[in-house]
Design a protein around this ligand. Structure first.
Ligand code: AKB
Length: 333
């Protein structure tokens, strides 16, 4: 049995809010399929269109050809065509290059993370859409206070990912202020999900579970004492749907921090040992990712989200470990 009823919150939200017509970009990445399933559960399959620039994997039984389409977010008229043809009222813009991979290809990161956001906001303005663009702890930098980092603070990131996410936050706020676009953004910590991550600095916190099950050990690229804020997948999905269904009058800002809990590699290894006593961890530090992690907050203050629109995460570290093992055991079996 799972430690938390994963569906209760979604049922409550769907009973009190109208079904949106959502377009998810980058939907075959880490978060899109989860959000598709949540929206399908809440309002039925017709409420979501998933899009990406890759073919649907043959084992993705949750994605049907009726609700998936090819969409290049660098092509503004293609986004517009999807919005008009599918009668979309909300875009969830997940397409992005994450922190580690962004450093390997800065021109592509600028294209995807900046030009993509510009295109989405233009279309949102023309068609009066609600638009959600995730931000990240990566939008902070080494001069930001690192503990209990608040919503409003210094934002001078040192990665192209962070710079592009600050740009997305500022540009979205500008479109809101100047053109009335209903732009909303949450600064996510590392998200722990039972899906393979793609090029982030917090990815070890997912890989560690695959390695635990497949090899009984994990070699970590961050130092044992590197604390980072994290959140379990279902809490992440809940933050998106809850924030998007909040009435505008509840929002005091367009961009909020959300978080679950913070831990170090040493601490997550300890939590894994509670269910797998022989689990081993060792360390082979990746300088690039360690430097990125050292420039990010160790913990986030998400009291603004809690107070303004009722954000309330349900998973701590132990629940996350339990649910990750339950899901991956099924996947690997
Ligand atoms: C990354 O590590 O790049 C992402 C993030 C924290 O935004 N998971």
């Amino acid at each position: 049995p799972l430690p938390v009823d994963p569906l209760a919150r979604f049922k409550t939200i769907s009973q009190t809010s109208k079904a949106p017509k959502v377009l998810i970009t980058g939907s075959l990445g880490q978060l899109g399929r989860g959000l598709n399933s949540v929206y399908k559960y809440m309002y039925g399959a017709e409420c979501v269109t998933m899009s990406d620039i890759v073919k649907v994997p043959s084992d993705a039984h949750d994605v049907s050809s009726a609700n998936y389409q090819f969409l290049d977010i660098l092509n503004q008229s293609a986004i517009e065509e999807a919005v008009v043809n599918r009668n979309i009222d909300t875009i969830v813009h997940f397409s992005a290059l994450l922190s580690a991979v962004g450093e390997q290809n800065v021109p592509l990161a600028l294209q995807v993370n900046c030009r993509g956001v510009e295109n989405v906001l233009q279309v949102a303005m023309r068609h009066k859409l609600k638009v959600f663009i995730p931000s990240t702890i990566g939008a902070f930098g080494p001069t930001t206070p690192r503990d209990d980092t608040p919503d409003l603070t210094i934002q001078v990131p040192t990665t192209i990912y962070g710079v592009s996410k600050v740009y997305a936050e500022r540009l979205g706020e500008y479109y809101n202020h100047r053109f009335g676009v209903d732009f909303r953004s949450l600064r996510f910590p590392g998200i722990i999900s039972a899906t393979k991550p793609g090029g982030g600095t917090t990815d070890y916190a997912i890989q560690i579970f695959y390695d635990a099950l497949e090899k009984g050990s994990h070699t970590c690229y961050l130092r044992p004492d590197t604390s980072l804020p994290m959140m379990y997948d279902t809490d992440c999905m809940a933050s998106v749907v809850q924030f998007l269904s909040a009435d505008n009058s509840q929002l005091k800002r367009r961009v909020y921090n959300v978080t679950g809990f913070s831990f170090t590699p040493e601490q997550i290894a300890g939590a894994i040992r509670k269910v797998m006593p022989n689990f081993q961890i060792d360390y082979k530090i990746c300088e690039t990712r360690q430097a990125i992690a050292d420039s990010w907050p160790r913990s986030l203050d998400d009291s603004g989200a809690r107070n303004d629109w009722g954000w309330n995460p349900e998973y701590g570290l132990d629940e996350t470990v339990q649910v990750m093992f339950a899901l991956l055991q099924r996947e690997i079996a």
